[in-house]
Design a binder for this molecule. Structure first.
Ligand code: CO
Length: 258
């Protein structure tokens, strides 16, 4: 069952999604060598609660934290712990919140101090692929057009698209139909209609697309140990241009000052 959202619902999803962006920006202020990922998680949890909202991941299928924090070859769903960030790492911060009955979901991958140019390129191309996917999230196109745009772009640089995890519909639930793969065939899949709200979240690997789950039951990492990047926006399908409901504005203001 696919739930198309009313304008009132979209407004609520936008409020939640904007709070996610502000939360990740608070976390970004603290990204530096030596900080423990559990400390970043506490900062996010406190900020969300101060804003009278609920961390969406904590307790979801027994997930134990507010953020997913995934370093280097960890793709997604890394559990915050006593691990310290170190110079040269990349770190994906993924966050969801629930506010007024609706979810928002967004993720951003950061550099810790100075990072090798080849890895910075992976981050840039992954972020660009997210926006190319979003450009295809318009009425009349199909789900496969989103995946095709992402896949063909990143593969042109020799990168690969993770297949085992996908984007998703979002609204009264964190995960709704449809699944939104970051790979696909042009013109294939479900037709997109106004009011479809989805989280698009390319997970792009420097090497092989293959991933494995660690014994903690959550962390997904690359099979070859090469780095992976992850960016995510919550968006709504519109007629001529998708509307992005989450925002990287506050995050990128913080990055500029780092
Ligand atoms: Co998501």
């Amino acid at each position: 069952m696919i739930f198309y959202k009313t304008e009132e619902e979209i407004e609520k999803i936008k409020k939640s999604s904007l709070l996610v962006g502000k939360t990740i920006a608070e976390v970004a202020k603290n990204i530096k060598p030596g900080i423990k990922t559990i400390t970043l998680d506490r900062i996010a949890e406190e900020f969300i609660k101060d804003n009278k909202s609920v961390p969406a991941f904590k307790g979801y299928r027994k997930y134990p934290a507010t953020l997913c924090i995934s370093i280097n070859d960890k793709v997604v769903h890394g559990i915050p712990d006593n691990t310290e960030l170190k110079e040269g790492d990349i770190v994906s911060i993924d966050c969801g919140v629930l506010k007024n009955g609706y979810f928002g979901d967004s993720a951003y991958t950061f550099c810790v101090g100075e990072v090798k140019p080849a890895i910075i390129d992976l981050l840039q191309k992954t972020k660009e692929s997210l926006y190319l996917g979003i450009e295809n999230a318009i009425v009349g196109k199909r789900l496969g057009d989103i995946g095709f745009a992402i896949q063909s772009y990143v593969q042109s640089f020799g990168y690969s698209v993770v297949r085992d995890l996908v984007g998703h519909g979002i609204g009264k639930n964190l995960h709704e139909k449809p699944e939104v793969p970051n790979y696909g065939k042009r013109g294939s899949g479900m037709k997109l209609s106004e009011g479809l709200v989805i989280a698009i979240e390319p997970m792009i690997n420097m090497g092989s697309y293959e991933v494995v789950q660690e014994s903690d039951g959550w962390t997904i990492r690359t099979i070859d140990g090469l780095p992976s990047a992850h960016f995510e926006h919550t968006i709504v399908v519109r007629k001529n241009k998708a509307e992005i409901l989450s925002s990287f504005k506050e995050i990128e203001e913080v990055i500029k000052k780092l």
